[in-house]
Design a protein around this ligand. Structure first.
Ligand code: TYC
Length: 115
């Protein structure tokens, strides 16, 4: 039974004359996926402690880093919580908005392309 070559680019081909030639090897370059940063926005009502817990639970920050990020958001209006592929960033945003709504906080969260 004839076997199918795994990579057709590398398989020899036999032309009518009988001599064997090797087809040109194509270099395939794959672009790295576009990345998205998840941003938390400041508001006047969400408790600081809740934001710190969100950063620990959903963005795997230790307590000290989470507190620093929360304070930056509080002082500067927004802050980056992490950088992810588009699907994961979208999921994080949904999770944060859902848990914030569940606790009655107006915390806002968005994902934006990096650069
Ligand atoms: N500004 C809020 C307060 O003083 C705290 C806060 C920080 C809210 C970060 C949202 O993304 C936020 N309670």
């Amino acid at each position: 039974m004839a076997t199918t070559p795994k990579n057709p680019d590398l398989s020899p081909s036999v032309p009518a004359g009988g001599a064997e030639v090797v087809l040109e090897r194509k270099t395939q370059r794959v672009e790295p996926p576009k990345m998205y940063q998840v941003v938390l926005l400041n508001d006047d009502f969400t408790p600081m402690e809740f934001v710190v817990l969100v950063l620990q639970e959903y963005f795997h920050k230790d307590r000290e880093t989470a507190t620093q990020i929360m304070l930056r958001i509080h002082l500067e209006g927004r802050g980056v919580c992490g950088v992810f592929t588009r699907d994961l960033a979208t999921t994080k945003v949904e999770q944060v908005l859902q848990v914030a709504r569940h606790h009655g906080h107006p915390l806002q969260c968005l994902a934006e392309p990096v650069e």
